[in-house]
Design a protein around this ligand. Structure first.
Ligand SMILES: [Cu+2]
Length: 147
């Protein structure tokens, strides 16, 4: 068999690439030990409090699903007519969600339907809601552990 430098280079590159991908997804800096996994949390600025209710329990892996998020002000009154942006991250991996979830419906009573959530890896995720409503802007972040 003849020696083929081109093929050897290509397979070395493939091996290197898969090593990088592998490292990116498995060699973790440990997650903070004091993570708060509450499903009800206050925003960074303390203007709102949100409660998440995923449609499935436990939260599914590799499957697109929906959540309901309930938004209240500090006095506990439901906040309707908020503009909410949804985003997700794996802080240890520096990547986000494979989908672009969004609020598709205001259900009334401060409740909103969020569609298009999908988690494609096990581990620590954050999901944040950027809220824009008359009382002010705030961001509420939840921690999840997908198993
Ligand atoms: Cu990841």
């Amino acid at each position: 068999m003849t020696y083929s430098p081109v093929r050897r280079t290509a397979s070395a590159a493939t091996a290197l690439l898969s090593a990088v991908v592998f490292a990116g997804c498995t060699m973790l800096t440990p997650a903070p030990k004091d993570l708060d996994f509450s499903t009800s949390r206050s925003g960074e600025r303390g203007i709102y409090r949100a409660t998440i209710q995923p449609d499935a329990s436990p939260i599914p892996l590799h499957r697109i699903h929906s959540w309901t998020v309930e938004l209240k002000d500090v006095a506990g009154r439901p906040v309707d007519a908020a503009h909410i942006e949804v985003d997700g991250d794996m802080p240890q991996h520096r990547h986000g969600l494979p989908t672009r979830p969004r609020v598709t419906e205001a259900l009334g009573d401060g409740r909103y339907r969020v569609e298009g959530l999908k988690f494609h890896m096990r581990g620590w995720w954050t999901v944040s809601f950027k809220v824009d409503a008359p009382a002010g802007n705030d961001e509420i972040t939840f921690n999840l552990m997908l198993r």
